[in-house]
Structures are given as structure tokens and as C-alpha cells.
Design a binder for this molecule. Sequence first.
Ligand code: ZN
Length: 351
Amino acid sequence: MPPSRVPVFDGHNDTLLKLELGEGTARARSFFDRARRDHIDLPRAREGGFAGGLFAMFVPSQADFDLNSRYDPNDPAHFAPVEQPRALAMTLRMAARARRIERASDGAVAICRSVSEIRAAMARDALALVLHIEGAEAIDPDFTALEVLHAAGLRSLGPVWSRDNIFGHGVPMAFPSGPDLGPGLTDAGKALVRACNGLKILVDLSHITEKGFWDVAATTEAPLVASHSNAHALCASARNLTDRQLDAIAESGGLVGLNFHTAFLREDGRDRSDTPLETMVRHLDHLLARLGEDGVALGSDFDGCLVPRAIGDVAGLPHLIEAMRAAGYGEALIEKIAWRNWLSVLERTWS
Ligand code: ZN
């Protein structure tokens, strides 16, 4: 008898951006229709046991960002600063899109503002959507937008993407390289962390420089969380976390979500869809050794990265669960990685 389906609560996807950029183009799609491209829609989410996750609102540097191309680490245009009014306008469009999806879903999608709302959504097989900002360009230094977006459901925020803004410095996607590639948080960035603590918004450490990481660690009152990053010891991308960073996350009772992007998984740092699932399990092994069973989760980066062909899209999540079983992970540990640890850290951050 096949083991029962394990639900997945995931730390990161770019589906709202994919839907937003596709609007009015040949790549337009509805969240409710099964597509053959991209990674997440409702039918495939159900098939894969995807119970929900953090849905990023990310604003690309280029207003005319080409959906068919991925970020070129060597093209500075992909990492240029973004003006606050454009970032806020696009963030509002993505938040409104999430709200329209929820309203049109007839209960099948729920924007969740608390862990009890996530649990309730999971209990009735609705998809639990948590609004997240990746790179806080939309936020003004007086936090007017932060207050209003929080009221609209925002519960998680990364101060920087891999570029600079008024709050701090993002880590370039360099390989091979350590993450210590620039300054950390500005004074405005430290104030943003304190404002997020006050509003009970999770502060996400993925995409920040190493200095910025330590600045957040010294400022925040919440557990340290990197929603979609991997182990630098196994893949020397500047986007990944050193053992020292992992130890600090463990000490804070925090968590790391495994990123499925092959260039952040592979020892050679290349984008290759034939990357085996065993490579992902090796990262999980390393993260478990540093963080313990309560500190490891998933942060797929679906709709924002190149995932291993063995997973393909959100419908392929059971293959990763199966790879964990094949590696000898017990069902209790698999449940922690798949969803329980995310709910636990969100509960401790939000309450
Ligand atoms: Zn990202």
C-alpha cells in the first residue's frame, strides 16, 4: 500500500509575479486552470499535496522584465535599484491579484494571517496563501505602506532581494563565493526590522549579505528564518548559508527552507534540470546536522527558478517526499520538513 500523501507548506514561490507579468500576453494563465508551463496552479497544487505557503510579491528591476529569460547574474540591468512608487504600485497589483484569486476560489484558496487560519485552511483542503514581500522597495522609510500592507494581510518580508535599496544590501548571485560581499543593513533597515517585530511580520534572511544577516540577528527579537536558501558547504553560491550562519539560525530556534533551484544545489553551481533528487537530500542532511529536526523545511522557489526535472512542477512534490523516504527519513521527520516546522516558526514569530 502506498504511504499516504504528505501535505507541503512551502516557504517561497513567485507565482503571483508569473501571473502578473503574463497578464495581457501569450503567457497569460489563470491560477484555476491546469497549465503545461510554469510551476504552480490550483489543479497541480492539489495533485502534489501543496497545502500552501509564502507567496512572494517581487518587483523585477526591469519594468519590461522578460518572463522567458531567467536572471542573468552578469547583467547589471537585472539588479538595478527600483523606485518606491513603481515597486508599491506593482506590489499592490500582486496583493489585489491574490485577493481576487481568493474571492473567485469559492473557498478553495484562503489568504492566511495567522497559523490558526493556515490550520483551518489545511483541515478543509483549501490552499493557504501567506503574503510575503521579497525586497522591500515598496516600503517607504516612514512605514506607511508597511502598515497598510500589514492590514491587507502581509505577514512576511525580506528587507532586500539581491540588489541594494534604502534598507540594506542584497547578496549578488556569485559563484563560487562566500556571502560576505558588501555592507549590511542601513539605519532605515534596522528600523524596518524593529517595525516588523512590532507588527509581528516575519523578517526573511534569504538574499541578504552576510553583514546584513548579522545585523538582522543583532536587531530582531524573532527566530532567524531564511525562507529559500541552501548549505554553502555543499554549493558555494553566495546565496547559500555558511555553517556559522546555520548555527546562528539554530540557536535562535529559526528555520531554513530548502531552495529547489539547481544552481543553488549543485556543487558545480550550474543550472541543470537533470540534477538528481539525491543532491537535494544531501542538502537536507547537512541542514539537519546543523539545525536539528525542527529547523529544516522547504522553500521551493517554484515559478522563480529551474527545478530538477525529477520534480518538474508542484505536482511533482511527492517525488521529493519519496526521495526522503528512500534516504531513510521517518514519517515524523518528513512531516516536520514538509509543513510542521514552517507552522511552528510562524506561530512563534506571529504571536
Ligand atoms: Zn528569491
